[in-house]
Design a binder for this molecule. Structure first.
Ligand code: PEP
Ligand code: MG
Length: 787
């Protein structure tokens, strides 16, 4: 590894920075990998760059992204690690660089990739700790010997790719916890505002004599307790150069210290894996890689042998350079590598100067206040003693903060002067919702926050309870709760929240995240992963719904004065049959992997439904001709979101298997009130009597024809709206998955009989305001306000 200096390695640094930007903008691992291979191939001037990842069996490599190899090969080409040059890179665990690869005994030809044209091959393994997880390869048509700089730059990129593969899994689990906590923030906001009004927090001082410091919220929540300061640490500040050293002795000292540090790092890795997870512990594997990195060790040796510095001083210089180089990076993730270097440097230094590792023993539970938290602190501190975290350093994405999130500990960062201001054991209240640390708060404030803290804890534990509840009303009516999803990451969130399949998969999101229309195979792979993710529960896939407020970067419709009334949704699909056919085929192909339902958006005429059905039949015939497996029966549905569809509902019901009520659009089109325009919010009322009547009628039509009916607009997640919908006969709802546990809690408190009574009266009222008041008042006895 070399310190990443802008002047030294132009390919490496610019590409690395661009890759960081790609990672930051990424929504999904597959898409990020695909962007990375395109960028690397372009920057290195190679015809091919590909990424293979190891499957769970640890033996099969699968092509996951490629620039240059046939698109059809992606996701398809599998090889055992004992085959091919890519497998060789895994088996050897190091770089494989070969001219004229087809002459090599390990060369294997896959016809899907059309690789015979290439005359050089470079493969670099990706590691998660010591375990190989994949390979990045590049290939060129002209014979080319790759330079050591190119190999070194690509190795750094390989390291980054490994990190994102590992982080993708970790972040997934964190995202869910964040969502739960941030929802609660809204409830706390009011109380906090009233407290602010009472105390006028200005800057860092308040009128009532206690102090308040401000920081950035890293993980929300409320905590209180005495201060645990973490400020005494061995640092490099006091290390000065020494004259007259004996280089051989210094090298010996350094080697001994490095060896000790490696052993300690292995121990930290183990400890972290036990306390957290192996994903969290991966950071120490990175530390081990740095401790064994030839570039790093060579720099230390040069400082000692050529520049005749003492081992501690050489360490101070080299670590300092790395920390500076990383610290100047634009990208927060790379900047955070500076903390890793610092952590490693300090641990080597402690071993060099013979000082035992200093780790604070926390004697009692409290709020931890530190300049910054290093990964080794998180591995060694007793977590039961950490109620909240406050750091002076400002990175929200540091490992320590990520770990705090995975433990659900409220944390704020970037709190300037915290260590100077806070005394050991001083009483603190950490409001990690507003980013405020209260030092020695007044008794009223303390009392108020304790109440909030209690509410917060009760709330979190209640969400947990709700999650495992069956979706059933108090009087025993089973209700179906499905998830609205858009990105692949939503699958895990939906499953964790107990969604019964997907009521609405908005396929335009993966289209939006790309640089071009995905081909059939790409779409199929995506849909397949989603269908497989739900293991037998239905997945309703809606065809492309672009236009209005949803644009694709590579497909700009002509400018329209009224885009919501314009060329959008199924209208675009029907005018671009080529694109539409590909999507329909990909959806039909996914139907062989599990129960798929097909949904058409924005239907406003019978012609549209007839044409859509014809195109589905054609797609089916094409696939059958190709011999591709598809489900025998795929339920077809239309979204009811345009007034014309409401009036056609009876006829539509004869053509399709289910209705999906898109109330977000339906309300805007019925009431002529733009769903995104804050000026007309007061006109956009889902409880407007006209909307309530339509909902009631749609329920009736679906019942008369015995077809499915699902509400998939935002209305579905609000208890007031849901009360009405239940009373009108709706039994299937689809919503953003984090709402599902609360909705289950709500269902348990209400009875169907009561909702029917409420809905019957609501239908008679003449104003939306009165309907809302009526439902709210009727729910007063059901204690739903805390939901
Ligand atoms: C709707 O309109 O209610 C709906 C669910 O679709 P979207 O929000 O994607 O337009
Ligand atoms: Mg809609």
């Amino acid at each position: 590894m070399s310190p990443l200096r802008k002047d030294k390695a132009p390919f490496g640094i610019t590409t690395l920075e661009d890759i960081s930007t790609l990672i930051l903008q990424s929504h999904d691992l597959g898409e990020t990998l695909s962007n990375i291979v395109t960028l690397v191939a372009r920057r290195m001037g190679t015809e091919v760059c590909s990424i293979y990842l190891l499957e769970e069996d640890g033996r099969t490599l699968r092509l996951r992204a490629s620039k240059g190899l046939s698109r059809r090969a992606i996701g398809k080409v599998n090889m055992n690690i004992s085959e091919g040059l890519t497998g060789l890179a895994i088996e050897k665990g190091r770089v494989v660089s070969i001219l004229e690869p087809h002459n090599h005994p390990r060369y294997r030809y896959f016809k899907e990739t059309r690789e015979e044209r290439f005359h050089s091959f470079l493969g670099i393994p990706l590691f998660d700790r010591r375990k190989p997880i994949g390979v990045i390869t590049i290939q060129t048509v002209a014979p080319r010997q790759f330079s050591s700089e190119e190999i070194s730059a690509l190795s750094t990129i390989a390291f980054q790719i490994a990190s994102i593969v590992i982080n993708a899994r970790l972040l997934d689990s964190i995202r869910q916890k964040e969502e739960e906590a941030t929802r609660f923030v809204r409830e706390l906001e009011q109380t906090r505002q009233s407290l602010r009004d009472q105390n006028h927090v200005e800057g860092n001082e308040t009128k009532n004599g206690y102090r308040a410091l401000r920081g950035t919220v890293a993980y929300p929540g409320v905590a209180s307790g005495p201060a645990n300061l973490l400020d005494e640490r061995l640092g490099f500040a006091d290390i000065l150069d020494e004259a007259g050293i004996v280089p051989a002795q210094e090298k010996g000292r350094l080697e001994g210290a490095l060896e000790k540090t490696r052993i300690q790092t292995l121990y930290l890795e183990k400890q972290m894996a036990e306390r957290f997870s192996s994903d969290d512990a991966a950071i120490f594997h990175t530390h081990l890689m740095i401790l064994e990195d030839r570039g790093f060790l060579q720099r230390l040796t040069t400082e000692i042998e050529t520049l005749r510095h003492s081992a501690p001083y050489a360490l101070k210089k080299v670590v300092g350079e790395y920390v500076d180089a990383f610290g100047q990076m634009e990208d927060a993730y790379l900047r955070e590598r500076a903390a890793d270097m610092e952590d490693i440097g300090r641990r080597i230094l402690a071993n060099l100067v013979g000082q035992a590792q200093h780790h604070l023993q926390l004697k009692h539970p409290g709020i931890l206040v530190a300049k910054e938290l290093l990964p080794s602190d998180m591995a060694t501190l007793d977590h039961d003693m950490i109620l909240g975290i406050v750091t002076e350093a400002g990175e929200k994405n540091s490992h320590a903060v990520i770990m705090a999130k995975s433990m659900g500990i409220p944390a704020i960062v970037g709190v300037k002067g915290a260590l100077k201001t806070v005394e050991p054991e001083e009483d603190l209240i950490l409001d990690a919702n507003s980013g405020t640390l209260y030092i020695r708060p007044s008794p009223q404030i303390a009392e108020e926050f304790r109440r909030l803290e209690g509410d917060y804890k009760r709330e979190l534990s209640r969400i947990e309870e709700y999650r495992s509840l069956p979706p059933r009303t108090g009087d025993g009516q089973e209700i179906t709760l499905r998830a609205n999803i858009g990105l692949i990451g939503d699958v895990a969130i939906a499953l964790r929240n107990g969604a019964d399949g997907v009521g609405l998969y908005r396929t335009e999101f993966p289209y939006m995240a790309r640089g071009d229309f995905p081909d059939r195979e790409e779409q199929f792979q995506l849909y397949r992963r989603i269908v497989e993710g739900f293991k037998g529960s239905p997945v309703t896939i809606r065809t492309l719904d672009i236009g209005g407020d949803k644009a694709l970067p590579y497909f700009s419709p002509p400018k329209e004065d009224n885009p919501f009334m314009g060329w959008r949704s199924v209208r675009v699909s029907l005018d671009h049959r080529d694109i539409f056919r590909i999507q329909l085929e990909a959806i039909l192909m996914a139907s062989a992997q599990g129960p798929v339902k097909l949904l058409f958006p924005m239907i406003s005429s019978m012609e549209e439904v007839h044409t859509c059905k014809e195109l589905v039949a054609e797609a089916r015939a094409n696939l059958e001709k190709e011999g591709v497996a598809i489900a025998e029966r795929i339920p077809l549905g239309v979204m009811i979101e345009v007034p014309a569809a409401v009036y056609l509902a009876d006829r539509l019901a004869r053509e399709v298997d289910f209705f999906a009520l898109g109330t977000n659009d339906l309300v805007q089109y019925v009431l002529a009130a733009d769903r995104n325009n804050p000026r007309v919010t007061k006109y956009y009322d889902p409880l407007h009597p006209a909307v309530v009547q339509i909902l009631s009628d749609m329920g009736q039509v679906a019942k008369n024809h015995g077809i499915g009916l699902c509400i998939c607009g935002e209305m579905a997640s609000d208890p007031v709206h849901m009360t009405l919908l239940l009373g009108l006969g709706f039994r299937e709802f689809s919503m953003a998955a984090p709402f599902i546990p609360r909705v289950k809690g709500f269902l348990q408190r209400i009875t169907l009989a009561e909702t029917e009574r409420i809905a019957a009266r609501a239908l008679k009222l003449e104003e939306g305001r009165l309907i809302r008041e009526h439902i709210r008042n009727s729910l007063a006895d059901f204690a739903i306000d805390d939901l």
